[in-house]
Ligand binder design. Structure first.
Ligand code: ADP
Length: 768
């Protein structure tokens, strides 16, 4: 019997006892008792039912507790401060603790330090709202097995209804694996995207390189490059503007490419005046190292050929050797936000483009230089050719064909030896050999002192062509000969002129010589007369002796020997005169001015003697050789000496002295002066002194001084006259000095080398 049944029974017995003591009607009582009994039966019935329900409930509670504890997710309740109120076994396992130790502890203890604020906010949210809120938190690392990834818990929390104090019900699930899988998938996606972007980049750069090498013409290359860029970035239009310089007054679109449906045609290769919007665009690109998305693409419609694009990306392309250019990409119809990947690609392409622009600049310079060289080669006013080591023509220009009269094909089938004049063949071969072997020629050429050779070619029609040939050897880096460059100048006209001038000078020289001879005729006659007189005397004496003493041979022998000696002397005089008139000028060369002066004095010795003149030769220190022709310079000296003697006709015999001074000037020239004590220059016109036919002498020709000037001028010297202090005149001339360091040093020449009879220091009156 239950306590309730017991209480009811007791109450019932007590009621019955009260009734027996009281006088109440038994029916009523009976009825009440009956009711009570019925009620008791009902109650007992209910009690049994309740007990059955309770048993069911308890069983269900146990099942629920199992379900709760072993649920696949963790369940827990926390209070407003975040303390754990209860938790199922799964939850406890997730937190890595026994349930008993978890109850009453702060949930945040088990959460990674960095995520605790997040938990706090989550709890605050849950307290505010009845709906489930969720968040993801990492467990404290020490709660995680060593080496394993930190566990990630997902919390779904809601305020427990009508809980006082407030409690939050939390569902905990371990999403570590899911997150890990997601992370791995994301990594795989990223890796795939990176690989794709790398592939895009590499193939983009490869395509740029291919476009670079596909053509040579820089313009074509630029257009091809832009097409690649436009295609890779899926842009409607790409263009390259130069210079990317806000201070430039005008710019040019160097290249441009667009899809067919993109409207407008930007003005390529035409100067575009820079306006403020364009300057802003340029500045924006220059100030950024990365591509810049133009916020206002419609600002410079000119770049789209008058049509404003919807999106524009720009970047400065910065080659090392030039000012930057501006690369632009357009989208005409749609707006586009360029992805990071696009920007990376554009940045890389712009870098490569900058390198390519450098290469193109070098290529352009090379092309220009090649064009310049070709123009110089083809249109040169002189013949130019390249020759190999055997002398075969490798390349000839038009002018050389004109000079030699052959076509290019004809020349390319020949060697230079085939065309040279036979007399100049050896000289040419020596010259080529020297240039081919001697590196010093290359040095001379570098110093602008290329050696040349005057030589004759034989033209196609057999004519002789005088040429000035200058050659240089082109060598490889190891010094080996690659080929020769030869510059051939037709100097036939100059040679003709020189020839005429030479003939003219020669004629003048002859006249001068003959005139000198004329002037010396009386002295020569006197000179010749002397041995003739002696011959006549000895012959007469010999004849007399034959008559007076016919048997004496010895005196006759003496006379005949003397006659023979005198005849030989007369013969030598005549020979010398004949040689004197026969001599003629040759090419300029180093000459010894002292020897020539002595020879000149020796030549006019009879005249000197006849006129009773004394000659003093003074030679200064360190007199170099001069450049000239010995015979011509000797003639100049003879002219001056003869004039000097003539000017002293009326001078007292004791003062009839001619001073010949030879010195070195401070400009390393040779100065020769003839000073006399004659009439002086007062009666002459100094401006006309050296003019042809100017004379103050009776019977004078007026040619001596003019001829002297022609000769001295020809050798680059100067001649002049000045009054001599103390009376008389000085006639002086200079000649270029020939200095010893000249590599072509040769022994100086004097007329004595060739023709003079006897040593030159026989000059009369020479004090030396
Ligand atoms: P020529 O002797 O036939 O007159 P030159 O040309 O030799 O011809 O001389 C021209 C003129 O220069 C002479 O006539 C003379 O007046 C003047 N002259 C030349 N040498 C002297 C000199 N040493 N002293 C003075 N006058 C001179």
């Amino acid at each position: 019997m239950t306590r309730f049944d017991q209480a009811s029974d007791e109450q019932l017995i007590r009621l019955l006892a009260e009734l027996e003591r009281g006088d109440k009607g038994s029916d009523e009582l009976t009825c009440l008792v009956h009711e009570l009994l019925v009620h008791q039966i009902e109650l007992e019935q209910q009690n049994r039912e309740l007990l059955a329900v309770r048993a069911v409930l308890e069983e269900s509670r146990e099942r629920y507790a199992d379900l709760y504890d072993f649920a696949p997710v963790g369940y827990l309740s926390i209070d407003a401060a975040g303390r754990i109120q209860n938790i199922n076994l799964t939850g406890a396992k997730l937190l890595g603790q026994s349930r008993d130790r978890l109850i009453g502890r702060a949930f945040s203890t088990y959460i990674a330090r960095d995520d605790r604020m997040l938990l706090k906010a989550h709890i605050a949210d849950a307290l505010q709202s009845k709906a489930f809120g969720s968040c993801e938190l990492r467990l404290r690392p020490d709660k995680v097995t060593l080496g394993a990834e930190p566990s990630i818990l997902r919390l779904e929390s809601a305020l427990e209804a009508a809980s006082t104090p407030a409690r939050i019900r939390v569902i905990l699930s371990d999403i570590t694996e899911r997150r890990q899988a997601e992370h791995e998938r994301r990594q795989r996606d990223i890796a795939a995207a990176a690989a794709e972007s790398r592939h895009r980049l590499v193939s983009g750069l490869e395509r740029l390189s291919a476009a670079m090498t596909a053509a040579f013409d820089p313009k074509t290359v630029l257009n091809d490059l832009l097409r690649v860029v436009q295609d890779l970035l899926r842009a409607d239009r790409a263009w390259l503007l130069y210079p990317c310089d806000p201070d430039a007054t005008e710019v040019r679109i160097l290249a441009e490419t667009a899809v067919p449906s993109c409207p407008g045609e930007p003005p390529t290769d035409r100067a575009i005046p820079t306006d403020e919007p364009l300057r802003r665009l340029i500045r924006a690109a220059l100030n950024a190292s990365d591509p810049v998305q133009d916020p206002n693409p419609s600002a410079v419609p000119m770049l789209g050929g008058g049509f404003a694009p919807r999106s524009r990306l720009i970047i400065a392309v910065r080659p090392e050797g030039d000012r930057p250019s501006l690369l632009g990409l357009h989208l005409c119809r749609v707006e586009r936000t360029w992805s990071e990947d696009d920007l990376t690609l554009v940045r890389a392409l712009a870098g490569r483009l900058a390198d390519i622009l450098d290469v193109l600049a070098v290529r352009r310079a090379l092309t220009e230089s090649e064009e310049r060289f070709r123009a110089t080669f083809e249109q040169a006013a002189v013949g130019i050719c390249h020759l190999d080591a055997e002398g075969f023509f490798l390349r000839v220009n038009q002018k050389l064909c004109i000079i030699l009269g052959y076509t290019q094909e004809e020349l390319l089938a020949r060697t230079c030896r085939d065309l040279v004049h036979p007399e100049d063949h050896d000289g040419l071969m020596q010259y080529i050999a020297r240039i081919g072997e001697d590196m010093s020629y290359a040095r001379d050429r570098d110093r602008g002192e290329a050696q040349s050779l005057e030589m004759r070619h034989i033209g196609k029609s057999g004519q002789t062509i005088w040429c000035n040939l200058t050659m240089a050897a082109v060598r490889d880096s190891s010094g080996g000969l690659r080929y020769f460059i030869a510059v051939i100048e037709d100097i036939s006209a100059r040679k003709q002129l020189e020839e005429r001038e030479f003939r003219h000078r020669h004629a003048l020289f002859r006249v001068g010589r003959i005139s000198t001879m004329g002037e010396m005729s009386s002295a020569i006659a006197h000179e010749v007369a002397q041995p003739l007189m002696g011959i006549s005397t000895y012959a007469g004496g010999a004849l007399e002796r034959i008559d007076s003493a016919p048997g004496e041979i010895e005196p006759l022998r003496l006379a005949l020997r003397e006659i023979s000696r005198l005849a030989a002397r007369a013969g030598r005089i005549i020979e010398r005169i004949r040689d004197f008139s026969k001599q003629h000028a040759s090419a300029p060369r180093p000459i010894d001015p002292v020897a020539i002066s002595r020879a000149a004095i020796g030549m006019i010795e009879p005249e000197i003697r006849t006129n009773g003149v004394q000659i003093e030769l003074r030679v200064g220190a360190d007199v170099p050789c001069a450049i000239g022709d010995p015979v011509e310079i000797e003639q100049v000296l003879i002219n001056l000496l003869m004039n000097g003697m003539e000017a002293m006709r009326d001078t007292p015999p004791t003062e009839r002295r001619l001073h010949v001074t030879i010195e070195r000037t401070d400009r390393d020239q040779v100065r020769v002066a003839v000073a006399d004590r004659g009439v002086g220059l007062e009666r002459t016109d100094p401006r006309r002194l050296f003019d042809p036919f100017y004379t103050t002498k009776e019977g004078g020709t007026g040619l001596g001084l003019s001829m002297s000037r022609t000769i001295v001028d020809f050798y680059g010297g100067r001649i002049w006259a000045e009054p001599r202090p103390g009376g008389g005149a000085v006639f002086a001339f200079t000649l270029p000095g020939h200095l010893p360091d000249d590599s072509t040093e040769r022994s100086p020449a004097s007329p004595a080398d060739r023709t003079l009879d006897g040593p030159p220091d026989t000059a009369i009156g020479d004090p030396q």
